[in-house]
Design a protein around this ligand. Structure first.
Ligand code: GDP
Length: 297
């Protein structure tokens, strides 16, 4: 399976080490707990979340009187699975519904939109893409290629035009053409944060004015290869935009996938999709139990 193959590096770096650790200890003592903690931190799980996991693990071990290191790893698996919560699918309950996709350049935003369009097309939905990253001409070009591949429609304006007006047009086109989902690309330049955030709130205002009752998802795309830095990046976006979910890209080829474990806990929003490759089929709904199984297999 693609998810399992994609997670190989993370599995080796995190679970591989935990198993080696369990094999190297004969009893469950403070040294063992210290090494476990260290391994989670090295596996990009994040300091806060690691603390939470370790507290709960110690509690469980104490209460159940566990003395076998391998049994402790079993408990750890349960705790990690629980932390990631339930699957959280996109809310597409209105026609049209809107998915606003945000994130800094290079994280895989455009690719994710293309893959998501294909995924939704596969579910029989009419998809319309709005090229509201008008800052880079190449962005609209790239989106046009993906729209073609995915069988989605595209609304684009000239380079440098007002992103909110692209979204406005996309909403009206979407309504008249009977689109089920309108997915909006946005600019991701971070060097001018105030500008970017103003632009996002202007787009959000257009959406709520033109489609006051629509289901709206605001998805932040994060690059898994940046590990814990992705979490800090998410915090600065969260201050400005009401994020409803995370898409974590490039989980294939990184050993830092442990960052997924703490996202819901740290950011208070679920991971909705993961990217496990560059191809059109390489976006998967995030199913925590499936992810945990691939991680611990
Ligand atoms: P944007 O600037 O955020 O729109 O980023 P792009 O969509 O242009 O993607 C940047 C690069 O990341 C491209 O080379 C993509 O093929 C690659 N990419 C995107 N998602 C994934 C993924 O899940 N896995 C891998 N391996 N590469 C990805």
């Amino acid at each position: 399976e693609k998810i399992s193959a994609g997670l190989k590096k993370t599995r080796d770096s995190l679970m591989g080490r935990l198993e080696d650790l369990a094999a190297g200890f004969t009893k469950v003592d403070e040294d063992f707990f210290d090494e476990l903690e260290e391994t989670l931190i090295m596996g990009d799980v994040g300091a806060n979340v690691t603390m939470r996991i370790m507290d709960e693990l110690r509690d469980r071990v104490r209460h159940a009187g566990i003395t076998e290191p391998t049994e402790v790893i079993g408990q750890l698996r349960e705790i990690i699975t629980g932390l990631m919560g339930e699957e959280s699918p996109l809310d597409l309950s209105t026609k049209p519904s809107v998915v606003l996709v945000i994130g800094v350049n290079g994280v895989g935003k455009t690719t994710t939109i293309g893959k998501m369009a294909a995924y939704l097309r596969g579910e029989g939905k009419q998809v319309l893409l709005a090229a509201a990253d008008t800052f880079r001409a190449a962005a609209a070009e790239q989106l046009a290629v993906w729209a073609d591949r995915a069988g989605a429609e595209l609304i684009r304006h000239e380079e440098g035009s007002d992103p909110a007006s692209v979204v406005f047009d996309a909403i009206h086109a979407g309504k008249s053409r009977g689109a089920d989902v309108i997915i909006c690309d946005t600019a991701g330049r971070l060097h001018n944060k105030k500008n970017l955030m103003d632009e996002l709130s202007k787009i959000a205002r257009v959406i709520s004015r033109e489609l006051p009752d629509a289901a709206v998802e605001v998805l932040l795309v994060l690059d898994a290869t940046t590990g814990q830095n992705a979490i800090s990046q998410a915090r600065s976006f969260q201050e400005a935009a009401g994020i409803t979910g995370i898409v974590l890209t490039k989980l294939d080829g990184t050993a830092k996938g442990g960052a997924v474990i703490g996202i819901r806990e740290e950011l208070g929003v679920p991971v909705k999709f993961i990217g496990v490759g560059e191809g059109i089929d390489d976006l998967r709904p995030f199913v925590p139990a499936e992810f945990a199984a691939a991680l611990f297999e």
